[in-house]
Design a protein around this ligand. Structure first.
Ligand SMILES: Cc1cc2nc3c(=O)[nH]c(=O)nc-3n(C[C@H](O)[C@H](O)[C@H](O)COP(=O)(O)OP(=O)(O)OC[C@H]3O[C@@H](n4cnc5c(N)ncnc54)[C@H](O)[C@@H]3O)c2cc1C
Length: 472
């Protein structure tokens, strides 16, 4: 560890008084510590907390100058810490085995996780349920409170933080311990290592895929990462600029063209409606976003990455389905069609754009609507094909899809099956959830499991560390 760049938060009075000796003291302490956590995001902080509560001496190495930068911007700076309920099949995406996913989640219930976050003797964040969305937020609506309380709880358990400390590599030592090689060329001995370095999404906040590269180099495989929960690019209806328009009850369906075998052995094209979401959506300057779009975005991203035809994303703009719309359009009367759309909750500019695409003049009254116009409008209102051309990628992706396969980790401890003494948690793993607090749920659950297991391993293996390479 380069004493010039690393900022240690040791609370020893002597250390505060003599900044030059401060890091020297900390390094001496670190040589006795049992668990090193790499990355101070949601998963790393949780792992550190539980390892420390279990009696381990814990050091967190974070390459940024502060902990939890992604927590700070999450949920529009309100931090949606948890969902109100969870259905693993519906809410999580993984290419790994579903039974491994279930096993990890069986280690801690949603209620217990929620209690941990809100209990004043543990993290102590008062939580409030947003009923319309089923999301839990801190009552303060402050993501900073979440980050600060996690860090504070860790410190109260004796966790040491070293900032500006980027891990570059891990080398196994004779006897099974590890040598941490840091970005500045220095090294640090470690017994149990928890990797919580995140994925590739929002790289400007610190997650730049270091953990993927490192674990691959050391023998792990990788389910090819891809941006998930990312806005999609495409032209707005009618070629209009509709940026800023939001809708709150859209229904999106991703419909993929899939090959199915027929009894005669010939391949038959069938269309699989893979997912349907009813929730909010918004138009951005370059395309489409909002929970409904983000939740399906990985399906387009993956197909486009693989140069396969992307699924068609079909939009129903309001809560009304085709049959209901047809009945409404047949009611007749002197109301202008475009005004009817507005009355039914379609924003004005979108209503005009949809009428334009369906070939319905803006001065057309309901009673004058022709059969072909009605059919065009019905399709535009309930099965509008979103013209997706790409995505905003990792720069705006809330999470990374793919990652370290769960079957290469023990589901009861998150320990690597390839690198004993190395535990992996959070976004590094091949798991992500939909919008709604599911990604933090994964970070808390997998982080806790890694922290508890690493502490147990440290206790079993003792805390005797090989000597540090750097001079104190
Ligand atoms: C804009 C946005 C909003 C979001 N909102 C929500 C929400 O409201 N609810 C929800 O559930 N999820 C949300 N998410 C997703 C959620 O933030 C992530 O799933 C979660 O933060 C992942 O936690 P993590 O600890 O695995 O990774 P990260 O939070 O990415 O933390 C990894 C940490 O490791 C550090 N690091 C990386 N490499 C190294 C290295 N080599 N050495 C040392 N340190 C390293 C990084 O600097 C970083 O601090 C949001 C994400 C984004 C981008």
């Amino acid at each position: 560890m380069a004493t010039a760049t690393a900022h240690c938060t040791c609370s020893s009075r002597a250390a505060w008084r003599r900044p030059q000796r401060r890091v020297v003291l900390c390094l001496a302490q670190q040589q006795q510590q049992g668990v090193h956590v790499i990355g101070a995001g949601a998963a790393g902080l949780t792992a550190a907390y539980f390892a420390a509560v279990s009696g381990a001496q814990v050091t967190v190495l974070e390459k940024n100058a502060e902990a939890g930068k992604k927590i700070l911007i999450s949920g529009g700076t309100r931090c949606n810490v948890l969902p109100a309920e969870v259905d693993l099949q519906r809410d999580f995406v993984t290419e790994s085995s579903r039974s491994a996913l279930r096993a990890v989640f069986s280690s801690w219930s949603l209620d217990d996780c929620s209690f941990w976050l809100s209990d004043p003797h543990q993290i102590g964040i008062k939580l409030e349920l947003e009923r319309e969305t089923g999301k839990l937020f801190p009552a303060s609506n402050s993501a900073a409170e979440v980050r600060d309380r996690l860090v504070q709880a860790c410190r109260q358990q004796g966790v040491e933080f070293v900032y500006g400390a980027g891990l570059q590599d891990l080398e196994q030592q004779p006897g099974g311990s590890w040598l941490l090689r840091l970005d500045d060329g220095s090294t640090m001995p470690a017994q149990q290592v928890i990797l919580a370095t995140g994925g590739l999404s929002f790289p400007k906040l610190g997650a730049t895929g270091d953990g993927f590269r490192l674990l691959r180099r050391r023998g792990h495989s990788l389910h090819e990462p891809y941006p998930a929960l990312t806005p999609l690019l495409g032209i707005h209806p009618g070629g209009e600029q509709l940026a800023g328009i939001s809708l709150y009850s859209v229904e999106l369906a991703a419909v993929a063209a899939a090959d199915g075998g027929s009894s005669s052995g010939k391949k038959k094209k069938s269309r699989a409606r893979s997912r349907v979401q009813r929730t909010a959506m918004l138009f951005t300057h370059r395309g489409f976003s909002g929970p409904a779009v983000l939740d399906l975005s990985h399906l387009s991203v993956r197909a486009l990455d693989r140069q396969q035809p992307p699924p068609q994303i079909l939009v129903q703009w309001t809560g009304k389905g085709a049959a209901e719309w047809e009945a409404t359009l047949l009611e007749g009367g002197s109301l202008l069609v475009v005004n009817l759309l507005r009355k039914e909750g379609v924003p004005q500019r979108l209503a005009e754009a949809l009428c334009g695409e369906a070939g319905v003049p803006l001065d057309r009254k309901l009673s004058e609507l022709k059969k072909t116009e009605r059919a065009g409008l019905l399709a535009a209102l309930t099965k509008y094909v979103l013209p997706v051309t790409g995505s905003e990628g990792y720069a705006k992706a809330e999470v990374t899809g793919g990652g370290i396969p769960l079957n290469e980790l023990s589901a009861s401890s998150m320990e690597s099956r390839i690198l004993p003494g190395v535990f992996v948690c959070g976004e590094l793993c091949d798991v992500f959830g939909r919008i709604g607090g599911f990604n933090f749920l994964w970070a808390w659950v997998s982080g806790r499991l890694a922290g508890l297991a690493a502490a147990e391993a440290a206790a079993a293996g003792g805390t005797q560390q090989p000597a540090a390479e750097h001079a104190a």
